[in-house]
Design a protein around this ligand. Structure first.
Ligand SMILES: Cc1cc2nc3c(=O)[nH]c(=O)nc-3n(C[C@H](O)[C@H](O)[C@H](O)COP(=O)(O)OP(=O)(O)OC[C@H]3O[C@@H](n4cnc5c(N)ncnc54)[C@H](O)[C@@H]3O)c2cc1C
Length: 325
């Protein structure tokens, strides 16, 4: 089969890959984005149903650097994201909510994934193609995908979690070793629909004890459907301990933990779970990105654990690729 050609292949349509691709395209480079899934946004994920929605991955994002402040201003003006002013507390061991130091939180509108979709607008995206292998070819790289197709690119960006990037980096052992050293923690996420508002005096809470580490009333975020919908995240330790458990049992365990905070039992209208095998890095790299011989590696885990880290990693890698060209 003849290989298709592009200037730069970006693997991963999450925040890191899309922000990298946007910056490269704005500088006149010909970019194609590839993702193994149907949708956009990776871990900035939104699940939609009839009259409800859940952000079951990233819950919101904070803004701590001048670069991200500037990006956010543009995105807000375009209507792609908005501040979330829900009451977010910490639940102490006695079950009492404690106020947190105020911090501005932002969400994609009408869901987290919508921000990535908007950012990728106009860029060519090849969906449902998983990169299986990356090999040197002439002065570029040959990419082999799971549908049997081959692409040839001058430069390649792997904007995917480290466990998925490492096996693809066999031709670049130094990068492979760096990626393989980063451990991603799993997270079980439960999504609960209720016919009536839950008796909780907050919209979201960090929880320090038990199976849950975070719960949030999704419908308290801007531009979401009104139906009472909660996202529950299990802690990294609980998720790791129960990583291979039956999803239905996980759903019941997380629902029961939330019921404990509501002072009784819960009868959700609908309850489902999603397992994030690679949710957040336990030991992120300090570099921001990795780059060797025209292959760049980006992602939140190259800098930290958050959406802002993914953005900075992607844009900084784009700058480096443009400088190296
Ligand atoms: C449960 C959970 C809660 C979180 N909460 C927050 C939060 O509240 N605030 C915050 O700032 N951050 C949060 N995060 C982290 C945030 O989601 C990430 O930092 C950010 O979305 C990472 O973006 P990324 O582009 O680096 O990676 P990803 O979003 O993981 O994107 C990688 C993409 O690569 C694709 N891919 C992988 N392998 C291949 C392959 N071989 N071929 C083709 N495509 C491939 C995947 O399908 C995916 O779309 C949370 C994450 C999770 C999972």
């Amino acid at each position: 089969m003849t290989a298709k050609r592009c200037d730069i292949a970006v693997i991963g349509a999450g925040m890191a890959g899309i922000s990298c691709a946007r910056q490269l395209a704005a500088a006149g480079r010909e970019v194609v984005i590839f993702d193994k899934s149907k949708g956009m946004g990776g871990r900035m994920a939104t699940r939609r149903g009839d009259g409800f929605s859940f952000d079951h991955g990233a819950q919101y994002f904070t803004v701590r650097t001048a670069e991200f402040v500037a990006a956010l201003a543009d995105w807000q003006q375009a209507g792609w994201c908005a501040p979330w002013s829900g009451r977010v507390v910490a639940l102490a061991d006695d079950g009492q909510p404690r106020e947190l130091v105020p911090e501005a939180r932002f969400v994609g509108t009408p869901g987290m994934s919508a921000l990535c979709r908007a950012l990728a607008d106009g860029l060519p995206v090849q969906h449902q193609l998983r990169l299986l292998a990356l090999q040197r070819n002439g002065n570029g790289w040959q990419l082999a995908f799971d549908d049997g197709s081959q692409w040839q690119a001058q430069q390649v960006v792997l904007a995917i979690p480290p466990a998925q990037a490492a096996p693809l980096l066999a031709a670049l052992p130094a990068l492979q070793t760096r990626a393989a050293a980063v451990e991603m923690q799993p997270c079980w996420a439960a999504m609960l629909l209720s016919d009536s508002p839950l008796p909780l005096a907050f919209d979201a809470a960090f929880i320090g004890e038990g199976p849950l580490s975070w719960v949030a009333r999704n419908n308290s975020k801007p531009a979401r459907p009104a139906m009472e919908s909660w996202v529950l995240h299990a802690s990294p330790a609980w998720s790791a301990q129960h990583v291979d458990d039956d999803p239905a049992q996980v759903a019941q365990a997380l629902c029961a933990a939330l019921a404990g905070h509501c002072g009784g039992s819960l009868s959700p209208h609908q309850l489902s779970v999603h397992r994030w095998l690679y949710a957040q890095a336990a030991n992120p790299l300090p570099d921001g990105f990795l780059l060797q011989d025209g292959v760049g590696v980006a992602g939140d885990w190259c800098l930290g654990q958050r959406v802002e880290d993914a953005y900075l990693s992607g844009t900084r890698l784009a700058d480096a690729l443009l400088a190296a060209h």
